[in-house]
Design a protein around this ligand. Structure first.
Ligand code: NAI
Length: 247
């Protein structure tokens, strides 16, 4: 068990699937209440959180749309009365080599992975500043740190959220708020299953000294640690969880 997570209200974007869903279940095990915020149907996550004996509510949201994000925050506050932890986990890929990358593919990834993080964080801040506490965690990626072939748009967003997080920590540490990123390596979720098997073997796993994909639970554990009181003095950092991956 992590310290200080019991009865905390944790809003996780993109928690209908993958790492977000797994993170919701981990926080439920820690006794936290969960706001399952996703474009896709999150009722499955709510059910599993409840089976673990905790509470959850599903809110449909498009993080790229400020009105939709405002509705998400209103519904979370209406249900649980506060938000202690925001996890900016929703993310998409639209891969292409730079010479073939369209402006549409660029804009789509920027609007979810970068503007979405801006939208959700700015909407939750008034509540966190008022209560003089709060934790905002954001999914970066090894791709943000090292770059990756075919992922100009995605790399820009995942590097971008690190800069945003460090700036927020400098602006608001004095107000009792903490901001950190987790940078997963290659984790066995739907996003990675889209990569052709041969590419996965020849281009990716050869660069992972651990020799395997990561598990969503291993990312959920990093989020739980960074949200907990054990991480009280950790602010503005990036925690890599990547099996020593070097791209
Ligand atoms: P996933 O594709 O399994 O789940 C992403 C979730 O985000 C989905 O439920 C989807 O409906 C939701 N979503 C997408 N666009 C949305 C929008 N506009 N508004 C609200 N929800 C939206 O992805 P996965 O693998 O679980 O990734 C989660 C995060 O971790 C992403 O930010 C991803 O970039 C990051 N990450 C994943 C890695 C991996 O290996 N799977 C590696 C490094 C980072």
């Amino acid at each position: 068990m992590m310290r200080g997570l019991k009865d905390k209200v944790v809003l996780i974007t993109g928690s209908a699937n993958g790492i977000g869903k797994c993170t919701a279940l981990r926080f439920a095990e820690e006794g936290a209440k969960i706001v399952v915020a996703d474009f896709a149907d999150g009722s499955g996550t709510v059910k599993e959180v409840e089976e673990k004996g905790s509470s959850a509510v599903y809110v449909q949201v498009d993080v790229s749309c400020p009105e939709s994000v405002k509705n998400m925050i209103d519904k979370a506050i209406e249900t649980f009365g506060k938000i202690d932890v925001l996890i900016n986990n929703a993310g998409i890929t639209k891969d292409a080599m730079m010479k073939k990358m369209t402006k549409d593919a660029w804009d789509a990834v920027i609007s979810v992975n970068l503007t979405g993080v801006f939208n959700c964080t700015s909407a939750v801040l008034p509540f966190m500043l008022e209560q003089k506490s709060g934790v905002v965690l954001t999914s970066s990626s090894v791709v943000g740190i090292y770059g990756n072939m075919g992922q100009t748009n995605y790399a820009a967003t995942k590097w971008g959220v690190i800069g945003m997080t460090k700036s927020w920590a400098k602006e608001m540490a004095k107000s009792g708020l903490r901001f950190n990123c987790v940078a997963p390596g290659f984790i066995g979720t739907d996003m990675v299953k889209k990569i052709p098997e041969q590419v996965l073997q020849d281009r990716i796993l050869v660069k992972v000294p651990a020799g395997r994909l990561g598990e969503p639970e291993e990312i959920a554990a990093a989020f739980a640690f960074l949200a907990s009181d054990d991480a009280k003095y950790i602010n503005g950092t990036v925690l890599s969880v990547d099996g020593a991956c070097t791209l």
